[in-house]
Design a protein around this ligand. Structure first.
Ligand code: NOJ
Ligand code: MG
Length: 537
């Protein structure tokens, strides 16, 4: 199995948020030539694939997640030629390109929706989800948009409501109409034919809603400091059974192209429900995103239970994956603090399964406070003050200490943090023990050690808030021990004994402190927030 492993199994995925990665033309917004200019950085870092958030023509009501043309490039990002150049240059460096696919909804300015709303008997009327008003004239049911407010918007001209899981500017496509499915699958073909290696499929758990429009039940645990959408339990609007056929159809398109194309699904679901997204006979997503590291309590016991539960739930042959951050969630260094963010990095890159890391996390970027007048995220604008806004995690990449952090020669669309000290790529390349060096070391080790990339996983212990586990491949055995506490630990004898054949002694290949690569340790002593990778003899 390991020898035939696919690139999306052994490799590491790096998410590029294109608006904030690198600007090349001085408009304060990142673009494709900017990504191209930074490919050497990514190759040097040691990642295997980049997933680029949407780059399609869009009014940018949700910063590209409102697509107005599934087969084009937004001028802010460049041209199709720029895109082709980027694919060629990435492939020349052995880096795969994964695009974002947004099938649940289009922009309200997409020609399909413009036509759909032009009249009740318009040819594409049924491409979106239209319904009559309730008898009182209000929306057809109680469904709430993810970004707050009713999920139904009234169309004056045709006298009906349309459904949108997100913004009114993001009307939901009607996947029950086979023409809709066909048109969207065609868009996949368009990009696969241009050399794209895979897709991350947006909001897949929202693809279908209950056909009978039954109300969602109230959530007794909701309090007003939570997102309004969570005041209902979304049993009728999320994770409907019909979604799986649609996913399998997407996968068949991917498989109809040569090479190993990958389909990755975005679904925030409990582990038990997530497993169905691998599809019948693994014919669904190869990688249904596993977001649970972002929400699990940060201690060795909870993480160990999560890993066990996830490993045990995987369908036979299903490949695991782990995500530590993305453009929607608070940054890992803000959630855990700088010391534990290093433990998180080591965990992400030593667990069994494909890791996805988010741009900027490799230098430990933290959430950047956004002054009210610079808020961009529509979620923050519609539901202010609850901390739902995602601008803080989408600020520009901090490349160097120069003007605008080397991101642009103009004022960036989102602000930079007040201080860049020690928090740029260029400064961390000079610091021997920086977060960037840690990521670089981990990525190099992962590439060199099949035990880490494609090997097996064996739990050892989660006692004393130290997570210890083994990764193995053929004769090779590596012990990973992560101290989730900010004080020193010595693993009790009982645990040391469970270390198979190691007798508690081994060569430290890597410490998260980056200061003692080759020393032997008599026992499992760990400094505060230290993680180690030990070669077992
Ligand atoms: C999930 C995306 O990651 C998020 O940024 C977006 O707002 C929603 N889906 C809607 O497309
Ligand atoms: Mg630009």
């Amino acid at each position: 199995m390991p020898d035939q492993s696919k690139w999306w199994q052994s490799g590491v995925i790096y998410q590029v948020y294109p608006r904030s990665f690198q600007d090349s033309d001085g408009d304060g917004v990142g673009d494709l030539p900017g990504i191209l200019a930074r490919l050497d950085y990514l190759a040097e870092l040691g990642i295997d694939a980049i997933w680029i958030s949407p780059i399609y023509p869009s009014p940018m009501a949700d910063f590209g997640y409102d697509v107005a043309d599934y087969e084009g490039i937004h001028p802010t990002f460049g041209t199709l030629d720029d895109f082709d150049r980027l694919v060629a240059a990435a492939h020349a460096r052995g880096i795969r390109i994964i695009l974002d696919f947004v099938p649940n909804h289009s922009s309200d300015r997409h020609p399909w929706f413009i036509e759909s709303k032009s009249g009740r008997d318009a040819a594409r009327r049924d491409w979106y989800v239209w319904r009559d008003a309730a008898p009182d004239g209000g929306p057809p049911n109680n469904w709430i948009s993810e970004f707050g407010g009713s999920a139904w918007s009234w169309d004056e001209t045709t006298g009906q409501y349309y459904y949108h899981a997100y913004l009114p500017e993001q009307p939901d496509l009607n996947w029950r109409n086979p023409e809709v499915a066909a048109a969207l699958l065609e868009a996949l073909r368009f990009w696969f034919a241009r050399g794209v290696d895979g897709f991350r499929v947006d909001a897949i758990h929202h693809l279908f809603e209950d056909e009978n429009l039954r109300d969602n039940p109230p959530n007794p645990e909701w309090v007003p400091t939570m997102s309004p959408a969570r005041s209902l339990i979304r049993t009728r609007t999320m994770d409907q059974p019909e979604v799986h056929d649609a996913i399998m159809a997407m996968r068949r398109v991917a498989d109809s192209f040569p090479g190993d194309r990958v389909m990755i699904g975005e679904a925030y679901l409990p582990i038990t429900r997530l497993m169905a997204y691998y599809g019948v006979d693994l014919g669904g997503f190869q990688l249904p995103f596993n977001f649970h590291l972002m929400s699990t309590a940060w201690n060795a016991q909870a993480v160990s239970t999560l890993v066990e539960t996830y490993e045990a739930a995987l369908p036979a042959g299903g490949w695991p994956n782990w995500v530590l951050g993305n453009h929607d969630r608070s940054r890992v260094a803000s959630r855990l603090g700088p010391a534990q963010a290093r433990i998180a990095a080591m965990l992400l890159l030593t667990l069994r399964g494909t890791p996805t890391l988010y741009q900027g996390d490799e230098i430990g970027m933290t959430d950047v406070p956004i002054p009210p007048e610079r808020v961009c995220d529509p979620w923050e604008k519609r539901v202010p003050g609850l901390g739902l806004g995602r601008d803080p995690v989408r600020t520009p990449m901090q490349w160097d200490e120069g003007e605008h952090a080397g991101f642009s020669n103009a004022e960036p669309w989102l602000p930079l943090p007040p201080s860049l000290e020690g928090m740029t790529v260029s400064s961390q390349l000079q610091q021997p023990a920086s977060m960037l060096q840690l990521y670089g070391n981990l990525l190099r080790l992962r590439r060199a050690e099949p035990a880490l990339s494609v090997g097996g996983y064996r739990a050892i212990s989660a006692e004393e808030n130290v997570l210890a586990f083994e990764r193995f491949h053929q004769e090779r055995r590596l012990l990973i021990a992560l101290n989730f506490d900010d004080h020193a630990k010595t693993l009790p004898q009982a645990d040391a004994k469970t270390l198979p054949r190691a007798d508690g002694v081994g060569r430290i290949m890597l410490s998260s402190y980056l200061d003692e690569k080759a020393s032997a340790r008599r026992s499992m002593e760990l400094r505060p927030s230290e993680g180690v990778i030990i070669e077992l003899e």
